[in-house]
Design a protein around this ligand. Structure first.
Ligand code: ADP
Ligand code: MG
Length: 693
C-alpha cells in the first residue's frame, strides 16, 4: 500500500486551491491527473527580472523591470491603434503600450498616480522608451526584488503562466519531507540535497545554469527516478529467477541435422547468441533472454535452433508473433527447414475455430506437436501444452515488461526468449529490458546487397514517378509509404487513400493499399497479393507490419521522410534489400526540414547499421521518443534524460543490485525509504514482489 507520506501527492489536481474542472482538464493534458505529475513538470526557462534600471538607463531589446509612477492614460485613437499609458520616474518617461486593451482593465491595473513595478522587453519608438504588453504589473509591495528570477514552464493553450505559477506553488507546498533513500556516501560525493530541497531548487532556478540537466538538483531528481526504475526491474528480475526453471539439455541431434542442411553458415553473432541461449536453457534457473537484432540479421534460425534444443530435451516449444501475417510467415519459413526431420510443426491463430481448433489442441495436449507457431491465441486459457519447455516471443516491441511477466506466468518453468527487431541503444536496453539478459546480433549475414538510399525534395516527385516507371518495367515490386499526417490514424488513412488513387491513375491497376484500420484478413490478402506479384505496388500507412518479408520488393518510397524518426525510417527501409536484387530507398522530404531532420536523413544515407542508427537517434532526440511510437514499450521518464544522464543510470543499476543483495526485502530504514521511492514513481507493481509488500 502507498505510504501515507505520499497521500498528498497522489491527490487529484482538483484538490489544489484554484483548480476547477476546466483547469483540471488543461493541466491533465499538460502533465497528468495528480499533484505528483505537476511537481515533475520542471521549468524549461527563466525570466530574469534582476535587471532593474532607471528609465534613463533603459537599453533597447533588454528585459527590464522598472519602478514607475503612472501619469496618464491615452486611449487608442482608433481601432487598430494601441492604447498608451505614460509612466515616469525622476530620470524620464516610459510608455506602456497595449493593443486591444479594455479601458477599465488598464485603469484598474495602472491607476493614475500609483506606483507600479512593470517588466517586459524594452523598445524605442521615435526615441521614446516603451514596453509593449508588460508581462508583470504589480504594486511594489508585492514585488520581491530578491525573487526576481521566475521559472518558466512548458505551457498548453488556454493556461496562463501566472495561473500555472500559482498552482505550482500550491502543489510544491504540499510536497512532504520524505525519508532519505539515497546511499549516504553517493549523496555526499555528488553534493546532492534532500529530496524536497532538490525539488524546490529545481523549481526555482536562479540562473540558466540551474536549468542544466547536470545541475545538482536536477541530477538528484533524475537519479531518484532512474533508481526507482532500476530497483523495480531488479525486483522483477529476481522474481523471475526465483521461478523454478528446468535444465533443458538436448543431445544436439536435431540441431546438427538441421544446421547441416542450411544453405549457409551461421554468422559469428548467431553462434555467439546461440551459445548464450543454450547455456541458459541448460541451467536450472528460468531463462529470460532478449535477442536483439536488426531486420534481416537472422533471428529466425536462432529461434529455430533454440526450439530444437527444447524438443531434443523432450519438451515442446512455442513461437509467438504479434500478428497473424508474421505467424504465417514464420510457419512458411520453418516448415521447409524441418521437412523430414520428424519434428511436428503446427500453427494456431485467432482464426482457428471449432473442430479443427479442438483437434489441434488435443494433439498439443497429448504432446503430438513439438513446435507451435502462433499469435496471442496461444495464450488463451484453454490452450494446454503437454510440456512446454521454451517460449519464443517475436515481440517487435509490442509488449512491455508487464505483458512479458504475464506470458511467463502462463506455463510452469518455461524458458523465455524474446526477440526484437528494433535495435535500441545499450542505455535504453538497460531501462526497458533490465529484467532480461541480452544477446545481440550485431552482424548481418554475408552477401546482403546494401540498399541505395537517395534523399530528395518533394519538388522532384515527378522524377520519383518516372524512376518508378523504369523500375516497374524491370519487374520491381514497390512500397510507397505515405506521410504521417498527424497523430490521427484517420488523417493518415485519408492521405494514403488519396495517394493510392493518384498512383493508380498514373500507372493503371496493380496498386494496392494497406493500412491499420483494415481487418486482419483483408491485410493478409493484400500482403499475399503483393508477395505473389498480383500487385506490383503497395501504398501503405506506416502500419505495414514490421518484419513482413517480400524479397522481391526492391524499391521503397517514403513521403515526408522528414517527419519520421530515425528508428522508424530504419524499420521501414528494412523491408527492402531482403532479396538478391539491388534495392533503392527514396526518402522524399517536403519544404525546408530543420537541422535535426536533415541530420536524420543524412544518417540514413550514410549507414544501414541499426545499432549505429539507434545511438544516433538517442543523441539527436533524447530518449523520450527514440522509437517514435507509443507502442514501443519503452518506459518514459519525467525527470531523467537518457541522452544526458547515462552515467547516473549505470550508477543506479549497480546501486539497485547492491541494495537487493544487502537488504533483499527492503526492511532496513533505507529499505523502507526505498519502498516510498518506488511508490513515488508509481512502481507499485514491483513492490508486490517483496515479502510483506
Ligand atoms: P530477422 O528475423 O532477424 O529479420 P531472418 O531470420 O528473417 O531475419 O533472416 C533474414 C534472411 O537471412 C533469411 O532469408 C535467412 O534465411 C537469411 N539468413 C539467416 N542467417 C543467415 C546466415 N548466417 N547466412 C546467410 N543468410 C542467412
Ligand atoms: Mg524475423
Amino acid at each position: 500500500m502507498r505510504p501515507e507520506a505520499l497521500f498528498s501527492l497522489f491527490k487529484p489536481l482538483q484538490t489544489l486551491p484554484g483548480v476547477g474542472p476546466r483547469l483540471a482538464v488543461l493541466l491533465e493534458k499538460l502533465v497528468g491527473a495528480h499533484v505528483v505529475d505537476l511537481i515533475w513538470h520542471l521549468p524549461v526557462g527563466i525570466v530574469d527580472r534582476s535587471h532593474q534600471p532607471r528609465i534613463s538607463g533603459i537599453e533597447p531589446g533588454r528585459l527590464v523591470t522598472v519602478t514607475v509612477v503612472v501619469e496618464a492614460h491615452q486611449p487608442a485613437a482608433r481601432a487598430g491603434l494601441p492604447s498608451r499609458v505614460r509612466c515616469a520616474d525622476e530620470t524620464g518617461t516610459l510608455d506602456l503600450v497595449f493593443f486591444h486593451a479594455r479601458g477599465d482593465w488598464l485603469q484598474k491595473q495602472l491607476p493614475v498616480g500609483s506606483t507600479r513595478v512593470v517588466s517586459g522587453r524594452a523598445e524605442f519608438y521615435h526615441g521614446q522608451p516603451q514596453i509593449a504588453h508588460p508581462d508583470l504589473i504589480v504594486d511594489p509591495a508585492e514585488f520581491d526584488p530578491s525573487a526576481a528570477v521566475e521559472p518558466v514552464y512548458g505551457m498548453t493553450a488556454g493556461l496562463a503562466p501566472k495561473t500555472l505559477a500559482k498552482i505550482m506553488t500550491a502543489a510544491l507546498s504540499s510536497a512532504p519531507d520524505l525519508p532519505e533513500w539515497l546511499d549516504g556516501p553517493l549523496k555526499a560525493r555528488e553534493g546532492w540535497a534532500d529530496w524536497r530541497e532538490a525539488l524546490m531548487t529545481a523549481h526555482s532556478p536562479q540562473s540558466l545554469a540551474e536549468l542544466d540537466p547536470q545541475s545538482p538538483a536536477r541530477q538528484r531528481l533524475a537519479y531518484d527516478e532512474l533508481l526507482a526504475g532500476q530497483l523495480a526491474l531488479a525486483l522483477i528480475r529476481r522474481a523471475q529467477r526465483r521461478l523454478k526453471g528446468r535444465e533443458l539439455k538436448g543431445d544436439g541431434r536435431l540441431r546438427s541435422a538441421i544446421e547441416a542442411r542450411l544453405p549457409y553458415r551461421l554468422t559469428n553473432a548467431q553462434q555467439g547468441s546461440l551459445a548464450e541461449i543454450f547455456a541458459d536453457m541448460a541451467a536450472p534457473a528460468r531463462m529470460l533472454r532478449l535477442l536483439q537484432g536488426d531486420v534481416g540479421s537472422g533471428k529466425t534460425v536462432v529461434a529455430l535452433l533454440a526450439m530444437l534444443a527444447a524438443v531434443e530435451a523432450g519438451t515442446q516449444a512455442a513461437l509467438m508473433a504479434p500478428t497473424e501475417i508474421l505467424a504465417r510467415q514464420h510457419l512458411e519459413t520453418l516448415a521447409p527447414m524441418l521437412e523430414g526431420s520428424g519434428v511436428r510443426l503446427e500453427i494456431l491463430t485467432g482464426r482457428d475455430k471449432g473442430k479443427a481448433r479442438e483437434a489441434l489442441l488435443a494433439r498439443l495436449a497429448a504432446g503430438e506437436i513439438d513446435i507451435l507457431v502462433g499469435t496471442h491465441a496461444v495464450f488463451q486459457d484453454d490452450v494446454a501444452f503437454a510440456d512446454l519447455g521454451l517460449a519464443v516471443v517475436d515481440e517487435q516491441h509490442r509488449f512491455g515488461v508487464h505483458q512479458r511477466l504475464q506470458l511467463s506466468g502462463k506455463g510452469s518453468a518455461v524458458d523465455m526468449l524474446v526477440m526484437t527487431a528494433t535495435p535500441i541503444p545499450r542505455t535504453l536496453t538497460l531501462t526497458a529490458y533490465g529484467d532480461m539478459e541480452v544477446s545481440r546480433l550485431t552482424e548481418k549475414p554475408p552477401g546482403r546487397q546494401p540498399v541505395k538510399t537517395i534523399v530528395l525534395p518533394s519538388t522532384r516527385l515527378g522524377e520519383v514517378v518516372s524512376a518508378i516507371s523504369r523500375k516497374r518495367a524491370e519487374g520491381a515490386r514497390i512500397y510507397w509509404v505515405c506521410p504521417l499526417v498527424d497523430e490521427s490514424e484517420q488523417m493518415d488513412l485519408a492521405a494514403a487513400t488519396d495517394r493510392q488513387v493518384m498512383l493508380e491513375a498514373e500507372f493503371g491497376p496493380g496498386v494496392g493499399l494497406i493500412h491499420g484500420k483494415m481487418k486482419a484478413a483483408d491485410k493478409d490478402k493484400v500482403m499475399a497479393d503483393f508477395a505473389a506479384g498480383h500487385l506490383w505496388m503497395l501504398v501503405a500507412t506506416t502500419v505495414i507490419e514490421v518484419g513482413v518479408n517480400v524479397p522481391e520488393a526492391t524499391v521503397m518510397v517514403i513521403e515526408h521522410a522528414e517527419r519520421f524518426g530515425l528508428a522508424q525510417l530504419h524499420q521501414l527501409r528494412g523491408r527492402v534489400g531482403r532479396g538478391s536484387g539491388e534495392s533503392t530507398c527514396l526518402l522524399v522530404y517536403d519544404g525546408q526540414p530543420g537541422e535535426t531532420a536533415k541530420a536524420r536523413l543524412r544518417i540514413m544515407r550514410e549507414t544501414e547499421d541499426g545499432f549505429v542508427i539507434a545511438e544516433e537517434d538517442l543523441r539527436l532526440r533524447g530518449a523520450g521518443d527514440v522509437l517514435g511510437t507509443k507502442q514501443s514499450g519503452l518506459p518514459q521518464f519525467r525527470l531523467a534524460d537518457l541522452a544526458e544522464h547515462t552515467p547516473l543510470l549505470e550508477i543506479a543499476r549497480d546501486d539497485a543490485r547492491l541494495i537487493l543483495k544487502m537488504d533483499g526485502e527492503l526492511q532496513s530504514d533505507r529499505g523502507k525509504a526505498l519502498r516510498t521511492l518506488l511508490y513515488l514513481f508509481e512502481r507499485d507493481a514491483a513492490v508486490r514482489y517483496l515479502r510483506s509488500g
